[in-house]
Design a protein around this ligand. Structure first.
Ligand code: NAD
Length: 481
């Protein structure tokens, strides 16, 4: 895909594709060049009112459509994503800066999200509860929770909207989604695929604009019964406060600052090599990206040496070039944030083993960065860097490693490398987070539950739980006469 093939950007409301007209708009920027890709129209209050009315109306029909028919639409969507995966991958690379091979992987995961939801929606079983008195029946029956408002970020621009849309639709909910303004064409591709697959008008609306104003209008509306949000902890907490006022169901997938604990019985070079591949995937802009490496003191120096060398060898460049190891970060704000974290760490005595400064010139490039001697007073030790930045710290004992892992109120993912069963067992019990990954790096699959604890969020996506999140269990009790 070239810059020229970037599609016109629209809103998708109540079954209509809406051009800019006299609406406000904003530029969408190619992070690899800094050049404008297109102009994105902003939804106004009237647009949102129409989306809300359509969601309320469509909910009546979609919630009573048979799960088998809903499943057919979701399966077709998965097939359409696969058929045109090169276009979708190209859009992801252009808007996000993710290397094409990684973007292709994302298209497949997005398709799998729709497939999983298509299957799971057909298995939305309830429960018959043994009655206390003969002649009675007691049942717990799952029902779709109602129209959903979804807000998602830019770092997994196909996967995150797919997961939310597929789960909501499989459960029988209508949904209004506001994906990130940074990656709109990727999201609009999904809306188009759903339309082509036969999704009735109004069941899905996709809007962009002023995020706070859109969230305010959707979350205050009595039409919306659930909010599902993926993004930063700061914004998540603001939205949770708003959603609570009208007691909406909430799923919040928020920030992380994942610890990776490396114990001395592992193949140090092999773990360091795989760690580099994971850490700098998507330029480190992954909520589960390992950021805080705690390495046993007996292997620490070797680990730092291998990790730093391999990180420094990663080739930074055009995400559409097959030789590129790492693309740009998604926006200029990330460059400023990353540089500020390095400056602060240096001021507090940390060392920069590699990287540390933006690459000047076109695009938003920040090299793989490794920090050592990072004390707890450094901002980066406490704030998610959300970029190509890792810090490596030695530990002496398992107690210290677990204490460090649990030091922050964030608890999304953690990684553990050891073949000692006692170490593995203790760490996996005592580390407080939603996902503990042992001796590998893959956190999330369509069929597995995914979520964080504490400031990393509320509720789960994926797995059986990803469907249940969009359902309300109704208790029905019936006497024979
Ligand atoms: P962000 O919170 O800035 O934006 C996320 C979404 O919220 C976007 O659609 C944005 O337009 C919208 N938004 C921004 N300000 C808003 C406001 N005041 N009111 C309403 N909506 C608003 O986050 P981001 O920069 O897009 O993403 C980075 C963060 O997301 C990181 O913290 C990362 O860890 C987290 N994240 C979490 C998960 C997860 O599953 N736990 C997945 C991906 C990203």
């Amino acid at each position: 895909m070239t810059q020229n093939a970037y599609p016109p950007l629209r809103l998708w409301i109540a079954g209509e594709w809406i051009d800019r007209g006299d609406r406000d708009d904003q530029a969408v920027i190619n992070p690899a060049t800094g050049v404008e890709l297109g102009r994105l129209p902003h939804a106004g209050a009237d647009d949102l009112d129409r989306a809300l009315a359509a969601a309320a109306e469509a909910f009546k029909r979609w919630s009573t459509t048979s799960p088998v028919a809903r499943s057919t639409v979701l399966r077709r969507t998965a097939a359409l994503i696969r058929e045109d995966r090169e276009t979708l991958a190209g859009l992801i690379s252009l808007e996000l800066g993710k290397p094409l091979a990684e973007a292709r992987g994302e298209t497949e995961t997005a398709a799998e999200m729709f497939e999983w939801a298509a299957e799971e929606g057909r298995r939305a079983y309830g429960r018959i509860i043994p009655e206390r008195t003969p002649g009675y029946r007691m049942m717990a029956i799952p029902e779709p929770v109602g129209p959903v408002a979804a807000i998602s970020g830019w770092n997994a621009p196909a996967i995150t909207p797919s997961r939310k849309i597929a789960g909501a639709l499989a459960a029988g909910c209508s949904i209004i989604i506001k994906p990130s303004e940074g990656t709109p064409a990727t999201a609009l591709f999904l809306a188009r695929a759903l339309e082509t697959a036969g999704l009735p008008a109004g069941v899905l609306s996709m809007v962009f604009g002023n995020p706070a104003a859109i969230a305010d209008q959707l979350l205050r509306s009595p039409v919306i019964r659930m909010v599902t949000f993926t993004g930063s902890t700061v914004v998540g907490k603001q939205l949770a406060a708003l959603a609570t006022q009208s007691m909406k169901r909430m799923v919040f997938e928020l920030g992380g600052h994942a610890p990776a604990l490396v114990f001395p019985d592992v193949d140090v070079d092999a773990v360091a090599k795989a760690a580099v591949a994971t850490k700098f995937r998507n330029s480190g802009q992954v909520c589960t990206s390992p950021t805080r490496f705690y390495v046993h003191e007996s292997i620490h120096d070797r680990f730092v040496e291998t990790f730093t060398r391999l990180a420094g060898e990663l080739r930074l460049g055009d995400p559409l070039d097959a030789a590129t190891g790492m693309g740009p970060v998604q926006n200029a704000r990330r460059l400023d944030a990353l540089e500020a974290l390095v400056e602060d760490a240096r001021a507090h005595g940390a060392s920069v083993a590699t990287g540390g400064q933006r690459r000047h010139g076109d695009g938003f490039f920040f090299p793989p960065t490794v920090l050592t001697n990072v004390g707890p007073q450094c901002r980066v030790a406490n704030e998610e860097p959300f970029g190509p930045m890792a810090m490596i710290t030695p530990f002496a004992s398992i107690d210290e490693a677990i204490e460090q892992a649990n030091r922050l109120p964030l608890g999304l993912a953690s990684y553990l490398f050891s073949h000692d069963l006692r170490v593995v067992d203790r760490c996996s019990r005592e580390i407080q987070c939603g996902n503990v990954i042992i001796n590998h790096w893959k956190v999330s699959f369509p069929e597995t539950p995914f979520g964080g604890v504490e400031d990393s969020g509320i509720g789960l996506e994926g797995g059986v739980e990803g469907l249940q999140a969009f359902q309300q269990l109704k208790f029905v009790s019936q006497a024979a006469q």
